[in-house]
Design a protein around this ligand. Structure first.
Ligand code: DP6
Length: 325
């Protein structure tokens, strides 16, 4: 019997991935860029037991047994085994018991699949002593998972090769480059989202003209600009691009037919509050971004955390939504 445990962090995109050019290989139509959070508060944990006596593979997600015959899980396993250290020998034939857990809401638009697949793939790679970049394998579990393989500020290059070998993540800057950067996560709702990211983006690719325009004409410049802002630690530029990209992503969701509504009235109140706060300060102190759900992620610098957190506490008292984390 061999047992390995691994954890992986959540990442929150500031230039969003939305749309695939290959559904099976999970190849995106545009580059994306995110910040990986520290694992102190939010992470996914995977424990894998391999044994010559297990009759079948089994998989548990947050304590509940789930079907092992999940295509994405099996794609990750197949790809990692191709890269296994030859010294693994018989271990490669042993059946696995895999337990995955998140310490935050699953499927509420809080990047749970990203951390989950990153934890799965890094734990599998530890089991089989895989060397080198594993982001392309994590990508086979969930596109955004490839960015959770690295810490700090991470770019996912869409790549050009049909097989996706160059569709990998890379670190732009480490977390220690900009240690004052913070994220506040406002959980507006931890309900399961109505449309998954996977189905939402598929429908957007099929129906949204705005998506094509964004991928071809907007994202390349935006990625260059935000990398420049990160390198120079220019928060105002970083924040403006982050908010514009979140808004454009949700505009694409509205431009999708039939439309996907991920944000709700509380999400929109948060957007208005951030703009009002920044106007009052005479400077861009806070940036919001929303993934495929109503929950807000606010980027800000350490010095402003107390004031912004107390403002949020005043406006949304603790027994009402959003919950503070
Ligand atoms: C809005 O990575 O969850 O969070 O590749 O189909 O698993 P699949 O989608 P997923 O999509 C994430 C979309 C997003 C934006 C982002 O994280 O870049």
């Amino acid at each position: 019997m061999k047992t390995v445990t691994g954890i992986a962090p959540v990442n929150i995109a500031v230039v969003k991935y939305w749309g695939k050019r290959d559904e099976d290989l999970i190849l995106p139509i545009n580059d994306s860029l995110s910040c990986t959070l520290s694992t102190d508060f939010m992470c996914a944990k995977t424990t894998i037991m391999a044994s010559p006596t297990f009759p079948t593979h089994r998989f548990w997600l947050n304590g509940k047994e789930s079907d092992f015959n999940n295509e994405r899980l099996n794609n990750c396993l197949t790809e990692i085994r191709k890269r296994a250290n030859p010294k693994c020998g018989d271990l490669l034939n042993w059946k696995l018991h895999i337990c995955s857990e998140n310490n935050f809401p699953t499927a509420a638009g809080l990047a749970s699949s990203a951390a989950g697949y990153a934890a799965l793939v890094s734990t599998l790679s530890a089991l089989y002593n895989v060397e080198g970049d594993i982001s392309a394998i994590a990508r086979r579990g969930s596109g955004s998972a490839c960015r959770s393989i690295y810490g700090g500020f991470v770019r996912w290059n869409k790549g050009a090769k049909p097989g996706g070998e160059d569709s990998i993540a890379c670190q732009i800057a480490s977390a220690s480059h900009w240690p004052e950067m913070r994220v506040l996560i406002l959980v507006v709702s931890d309900d399961q989202k109505k449309y998954s990211s996977t189905s939402g983006m598929k429908q957007s690719v099929l129906t949204s003209e705005l998506l094509k325009h964004r991928a071809e004409k907007i994202v390349p410049g935006r990625v260059d600009e935000i990398i420049k802002a990160i390198k120079l630690k220019n928060f105002e530029a970083f924040a403006k691009i982050t908010m514009q990209d979140s808004n454009q992503f949700h505009a694409i969701c509205l431009d999708t037919y039939p439309p996907c509504f991920y944000m709700n009235d509380v999400s929109r109140m948060i957007i208005e509050l951030v703009h009002a706060y920044n106007d009052y300060q005479g400077a861009t102190k806070v940036a919001y971004t929303f993934d495929a759900g109503p929950n807000a992620c606010l980027y800000l610098l350490q010095n402003d955390v107390d004031e912004v957190a107390s403002l949020i506490n005043d406006i949304f008292p603790s027994n009402t939504n959003p919950k503070k984390h």
